[in-house]
Design a protein around this ligand. Structure first.
Ligand SMILES: *Cc1c(COP(=O)(O)O)cnc(C)c1O
Length: 496
């Protein structure tokens, strides 16, 4: 299998190159040249395997330049001994044919661990293959959870530096503490006076800045990305949709009409992975895209007009506070007949005017594949409380956005097809918002809030969060949004 760029189909590289580089030099994203199929017999076989086995098979279909032994070694390293009970993606049945797919049993308590425990291993193997012997500099823009998961995944990985930028006012107290206390000889963390989109735009510009990349190269370094623009982050996410299907089958669920997946969405990486799983042959019915008050995707999926010219809201689900969803570019490429000119043109319009409109053919395909909805913070809180009172299940703010949007979808359509709601973070990552949703007054200190939430609900505090109590922050800097480049040079000890 080879990978091409969403903005230039002449590009053809093996998976190792796509992962090592992160983004194509033309600014486009790497995509596989075809989607491998899982036939009914393949799915049957996958059902009999554990998560590691399922992951190795799915990855093997996409990373054809990696040896099976290499893939198994990466997958075992990522998933064994790192997730509660070695179950990275368990289903938790709720009620009425609805399951929660819990993806927060890893070291940072959010779903980003599923990809970011694996990516450093894939990247190290990829850089060995591409043979340029360069030190890899991972640049990350985070809306909260990617940063910590990437720091955990890459800390003290040989021949790698990692630099994380997060919006100073845009992350939860717990997320900030998780990042600021990160240890490791190769890690750099910097808050920026701006929002996630500012951070992501600057980081993407640095990847394709010829002067900066030349300076790095002259010093034996090259950039790569741990954001979901990197293919190596998306492919591990396809696995848990395949695995959820296998778990439903094994349980004897009635899947005559397939099942819906409901995904709390920000950068469109997670739901795009579900789209690939569907294209591979997993019987996913609708892809239900849930947004918070930053509802640019809801409007886009319903009207075909993407328009980021709107207020940016800081919400209780900060990891979804995004107006420019990078991975949409991959979906558009697939739905417009892989027309790189068209995609490049839409992205150019987006950069210039903040807006583009897809043609009717694409709009129709979107309508067939997706349902979409959004909810504000009050509806998010009501969903946390409602789900808890009805089922005893405690969800975090992001998962609650999905639960609220699904509830509205089901009420509107009466559609009782089984549904899997992707539960993307532990409620303990956002203890103050979750407590308030339950009608409590949240203590000002985040650790008191953890204790209070545990007392109130009788659920345990995940160890990675309670352990933060003892840690002292190692980082405290905050830079202007125009100064990211200078911060990168400083972190690497370089000057122009
Ligand atoms: C990152 C994140 C999301 C959004 O996922 P995307 O792949 O960016 O759409 C949702 N919930 C949580 C908890 C996250 O960390």
């Amino acid at each position: 299998m080879e990978y091409t760029s969403t903005r230039d189909r002449a590009v053809r590289v093996p998976a190792a190159r796509a992962i090592a580089q992160g983004i194509s030099a033309d600014g486009g994203l790497f995509v596989p040249d075809h989607i491998p199929a899982l036939f009914p017999d393949d799915l049957k076989r996958l059902c009999s395997l554990d998560y590691v086995g399922r992951a190795a098979e799915v990855l093997g279909l996409y990373l054809t330049d990696f040896s099976p032994a290499q893939i198994v070694s990466c997958v075992r390293g990522a998933y064994l001994g790192r997730f509660d009970a070695d179950k990275p993606a368990p289903l938790h049945p709720l009620a009425d044919g609805v399951d929660m797919l819990e993806l927060w049993h890893g070291p940072t308590c959010a779903f980003k661990d599923l990809a970011l425990q694996l990516l450093p291993r894939l990247l190290t193997a990829a850089v060995e293959k591409t043979g340029d012997g360069c030190k890899t500099v991972i640049l990350v823009a985070t809306s909260g959870d990617t940063g910590k998961a990437a720091l955990e995944g890459f800390c003290d990985v040989e021949n790698t530096e990692i630099i994380v930028f997060y919006p100073s006012e845009g992350v939860s107290r717990m997320q900030k503490l998780q990042m600021d206390t990160q240890r490791g000889g190769n890690v750099h963390v910097c808050a920026i006076a701006g929002n996630f989109d500012d951070a992501q735009t600057s980081v993407k510009q640095m990847f394709t800045d010829p002067q900066l990349t030349a300076l790095l190269r002259a010093n034996g370094m090259q950039f790569s990305s741990a954001n979901s623009i990197n293919w190596g982050r998306l492919v591990p996410q396809i696995v848990y949709y395949v695995s959820a299907y296998c778990d439903l089958v094994t349980r004897g669920a009635d899947l005559q009409n397939g099942f819906h997946v409901v995904v709390p969405t920000g950068n469109f990486g997670n739901i795009l992975a579900a789209y690939y799983a569907k294209r591979m042959g997993v019987p996913i019915s609708k892809l239900i895209c849930a947004s918070n008050a930053n509802n640019v995707l809801t409007d886009f999926l319903q009207t075909g007009v993407y328009d980021r010219n709107r207020p940016f809201y800081t919400t209780t689900s900060p990891s979804m506070d995004i107006l420019v969803s990078s991975n949409l570019e991959r979906l558009l490429f697939a739905l417009c007949g892989e027309n790189d000119r068209k995609v490049a043109d839409w992205q150019a319009q987006l950069a210039a005017t903040g807006r583009f409109t897809v043609d009717d053919a694409v709009k129709d395909k979107l309508a067939a594949l997706f349902a979409a909805g959004s909810c504000d913070d009050a509806a998010t809180a009501a969903a946390i409380r409602g789900v808890y009172e009805k089922t005893g299940y405690l969800c975090d703010t992001h998962t609650a956005v999905a639960a609220a949007v699904y509830g509205a979808y089901r009420a509107r359509t009466g559609d009782a097809t089984p549904a899997v709601i992707v539960s993307t973070a532990s409620p303990y990552k956002f203890p103050a918002s979750v407590l308030e949703a339950l009608g409590e007054i949240a203590p000002a200190d985040p650790f008191d809030a953890l204790d209070r939430l545990s007392e109130r609900t009788g659920t345990p505090i995940p160890a990675p969060l309670s352990d933060l109590r003892q840690r002292k922050p190692c980082f405290s800097g905050c830079c202007e949004k125009t100064q990211l480049r200078a911060a990168v040079l400083q972190s690497l000890g370089l000057s122009e």
